[in-house]
Design a protein around this ligand. Structure first.
Ligand code: HEM
Length: 444
């Protein structure tokens, strides 16, 4: 007998072995208390495909690189990203890349691609560099400061300058405040926009952001600006198709949201790991000292390859998006398992990244596993995929790595960093140190 959920999705997945957990809440608290431990327990009990229930949804979990490839690469066009992310993104970002599928998605992504091609990235470098230098100067030395809020402020400033091209401080403040409310709506516990709820505030914030940016679009379409907003306004595919004003507003706010928490989290974790491994801080510093701070260019950043290993290792141990969702749009088969049509599926990236089936000493911090001599992450295309895979692979991947390198370059070159206490992380909905990660900076 077929049963459907809040979004019309199929709930009848008893044909797959697994566990629904408690009535209504399912395994939500298992995911929230320790998503990695829960993933290990379920894999040991049920293997690499199982059914589960959490966050008011029933879904089928894939926790092997082959399973991740089957779902994310989706060679037979069997999975919808739009329907998979509906519960999380549908209300706030209904017209964004993750909430589009197939030909519509291809069309918008092709236009958006020009915003992230090399020539554009080269132009973002000085904007980011300037913000990082100015922002780091405000960080206190020789006294404890929570690193997480400081990094969050840094990534907000990067967004204001490199994404939006904002010059005025009061405009930056207005947009940052609204943007924080908009992002909080993504993790809203109450799924209805009742007055006073996070979702209600997020929708109000979105309309404030749209009202602010809408009148700027005609001028941005004509400008030579290097920021992402200007480039979105001018973006065209190879046939000259461009974005409507409404598409610009949705894509801009979604790109900001997709970039902000992920960048904040990944930089915080990298810093934490470097505090735990001062020998790596020193090793990276030596590499940084080979480049003059006046000479930060796209090509010079490429040469900071050990920073990239460390950043990749941080993303392996704590992928900011440890679970990726899709919905099957037709019945399909993976191994012996029949996946019914219209069923939520989840790819457990967090589990795969830490599994002894796919990595040597998976819990060890070992950035050299990404060195060309070892290339452990290349054992399978879906062994390491913090940026997803297939047609929805993170469009800001190079931008994210570039930003991390610029920030870490200036931080490590100029300062030594010590954590005053060990960070304890809350993993979902986005990885965040509960104690803010207090650190002390000393000038080198
Ligand atoms: C360390 C930082 C980042 C991580 C770990 C990350 C991770 C991801 C992942 C896993 C996806 C795929 C989601 C899925 O398949 O359902 C994704 C998509 C996306 N990301 Fe990122 N991201 C990061 C930074 C950024 C940045 C800096 C930008 C923009 C400047 C960005 C823009 C996007 C967009 C627009 C999508 C949707 C792509 C599509 O659906 O076609 N991300 N990201």
């Amino acid at each position: 007998m077929s049963r459907t959920g809040r979004f019309g999705e199929n709930l009848a997945i008893n044909g797959i072995d697994g566990s629904y957990g408690w009535p209504v809440i399912g395994h939500t608290f298992d995911y929230l208390s320790d998503t990695y431990a829960f993933g290990r327990t379920m894999r040991a009990r049920y293997g690499d495909v199982y059914r589960c229930s959490a966050f008011l949804q029933n879904f089928i979990v894939f926790n092997s690189p082959d399973g991740a490839e089957f779902v994310l690469k989706d060679e037979a066009s069997q999975f919808s990203s739009k329907l998979g992310w509906e519960a999380f993104l549908g209300r706030l970002f209904p017209h964004s890349l993750p909430t589009m599928d197939f030909s519509e998605h291809r069309h918008h992504r092709r236009i958006m691609q020009s915003v992230f091609k090399k020539q554009a990235l080269v132009g973002y470098v000085p904007l980011i560099d300037q913000v990082v230098i100015g922002n780091l100067r405000t960080w206190p030395t020789h006294q404890a400061m929570p690193a997480y809020p400081a990094i969050k402020a840094l990534t907000l400033d990067i967004a204001a300058k490199a994404f939006l091209g904002l010059e005025l401080k009061q405009d930056t403040h207005f947009i940052n405040q609204n943007f924080i409310k908009l992002n909080n709506g993504l993790a809203a516990i109450i799924p209805w926009p009742l007055p006073g709820t996070a979702l209600h505030q997020a929708l109000k914030a979105r309309s404030n952001i749209f009202n602010y940016f809408s009148p700027l679009i005609p001028q941005k379409r004509r400008s030579e600006g290097q920021d992402i907003f200007s480039r979105l306004c001018q973006a065209q595919d190879e046939n000259g198709a461009d974005f409507s004003d409404q598409a610009i507003l949705f894509h801009l706010s979604n790109v900001l949201a997709a970039a902000h928490d992920t960048s904040t989290t990944s930089l915080t974790i990298t810093l934490d790991l470097l505090c735990q491994h001062p020998e790596w801080q020193q090793r990276l510093r030596e590499q940084c000292l080979r480049i003059d701070p006046q000479d930060i260019t796209y090509d010079n950043l490429e040469s900071l390859e050990e920073i990239e290993w460390v950043f990749r290792e941080a993303l392996r141990l704590f992928p900011p998006a440890p679970q990726l969702f899709r919905r099957s749009i037709k019945e399909c088969q993976f191994g012996n398992h029949i996946i019914p049509a219209n069923t939520q599926v989840m790819v457990d990236c967090g589990y795969i990244h830490r599994s002894e089936h796919y990595w040597n000493e998976p819990t060890k911090f070992d950035p050299e596993r990404f060195s060309p001599a070892r290339n452990e992450h290349k054992a399978h295309p879906y062994n390491w995929f913090p940026f997803g895979g297939g047609s929805h692979t993170c469009i800001g991947l190079r931008f994210a790595i570039m930003t991390a390198k610029i920030a870490l370059y200036h931080l490590l070159r100029d300062y030594s960093v010590f954590a005053t206490e060990q960070a304890r992380y809350r993993i979902l909905p986005i990885t965040k140190p509960r104690n803010g990660l207090p650190v002390i900076l000393t000038k080198n």
